[in-house]
Design a protein around this ligand. Structure first.
Ligand code: SF4
Length: 384
């Protein structure tokens, strides 16, 4: 089967920058450790990949973008010069209009300051996502992060000083009991900082990480489900009470601060994923790139293309995706889209349990439903 992407270029672009100065203890992302990343090589390969997609899709150039998301890795290692060069290369194929395109770039507090922020704004970045994760030195050290609490606070101040009124702070939760984290204190400090957007990351133990090794060696217990649930409920309650819209299972925004890019994922709109391990959706195909930087870099250099695999999404899978992605957000799922009688009976049972509620003609998950999202989706999938 040939990969035959849709006839027009997607209006959302995800870019993966796969370098970090240090690997955090829980991380299994596509990351290569490098304090001085090969930025020019990355830029060349990204450009080659974009050309490859435009040729494969026979897409018209330049294609307007509604959103760009530069993730990683640690994109702040690009600095001012690398980001500016990236913007120039993207402009060869795309139209990025700072007044219309939402361009989010991730930054780690250890490599971000107001000078970098100002340069990024000039280059077209309109929104930041800061990898804060915690506001406690001992917790940050346990996670293997390079920054401390003071640096995290400085990065938030630097984002504001550089003129970013749209930015996100990532916060991790569900750490093992042994960490003895004072989660309430950190949450109250975050609320005082009054940031515009918060994304949660519930800790998961990935097999090839130092964290998994510590657990296997008996040095630490696995994170408990009770703590995970308690912290999630607390976060939802406190952030909602502080005026945040809990608009997706893991995302909270002050008014007007939702991330537009993520809606492309949740609404099943087409998006292009570029860089090692990047995923894309070019209906009806879901695509994923070669995971490791070294292999990706060689594949592009040898004109072999970036893609490791793809899947054609049939009607049945598409409607299941619509349901589970819809249930992740406050948009929910339109009742008629749920399909057969068995589905409706199941969802009515969820309503009796308090896991979903009806809003107009839609089913929308509650906080308790979001806590059980994986098992609810598995139930629906098993029924089909
Ligand atoms: S900074 Fe992020 S991507 Fe880099 S190692 Fe840590 S968790 Fe992974």
């Amino acid at each position: 089967m040939e990969l035959d992407p849709s006839t027009s270029a997607p209006r959302a672009l995800y870019l993966h920058f796969p370098f970090c100065a240090h690997r955090c203890h829980y991380c299994d992302f596509s990351v290569k450790r490098a304090s001085a990343p090969p930025i020019d090589v990355w830029l060349d390969r990204i450009e080659t990949e974009i050309d490859w997609w435009f040729e494969l899709g026979d897409w018209a150039t330049p294609a307007p973008l509604e959103t760009v998301f530069l993730g990683g890795g640690t994109p702040s290692l690009l600095g001012a010069v690398g980001l500016k060069a990236l913007g120039e290369r993207l402009q060869r194929r795309f139209v990025i209009d700072p007044n219309a395109t939402e361009w989010t770039a991730e930054a780690n507090p250890a490599s971000f300051d107001a000078d970098v922020g100002s340069a990024w704004r000039e280059a077209g970045v309109t929104r930041l996502s800061l990898g804060v994760q915690a506001l406690d030195d001992a917790v940050l050290q346990w996670l293997g992060r390079l920054h401390d609490r003071r640096t995290a606070r400085s990065a938030i101040a630097a984002a504001r000083a550089a003129g970013f009124d749209r930015f996100n702070v990532d916060l991790i939760f569900g750490l093992p009991d042994e960490v003895r984290r004072d989660f309430v204190r950190e949450l109250e400090e975050l609320l005082e900082l009054d940031v515009p957007h918060v994304s949660l990351y519930g800790l998961t133990v990935e097999p090839r990480t130092p964290l998994a090794q510590w657990i296997r060696a008996g040095r630490i217990d696995s994170p408990s489900e009770e703590r995970y649930s308690a912290e999630y409920r607390l976060l939802a309650a406190r952030l909602r009470a502080a005026g945040y819209d809990h608009y997706e299972v893991s995302n909270f925004a002050k008014p007007g601060q939702q991330c537009r890019h993520n809606w492309f994922y949740w609404n099943r709109s087409p998006y292009l994923g570029v860089g090692p391990s990047a995923h894309g959706f070019l209906p009806p195909y879901r695509t994923w790139n070669v995971f490791r930087w070294d292999r990706y870099e060689r594949a592009l250099r040898e004109n072999l293309g970036p893609v490791d695999g793809w899947e054609r999404i049939g009607d049945e899978e598409a409607s299941l995706e619509e349901i589970w992605l819809g249930l992740r957000t406050t948009e929910g799922v339109r009742r008629p889209e749920l399909g057969g009688r068995a589905h409706h009976e199941r969802v009515e049972r969820w309503e009796r349990e308090g896991w979903v509620e009806q809003r107009n003609d839609r089913w929308v998950a509650t906080v308790e439903g979001w806590l059980r999202m994986d098992s609810l989706v598995a139930e629906l999938a098993g029924e089909r």
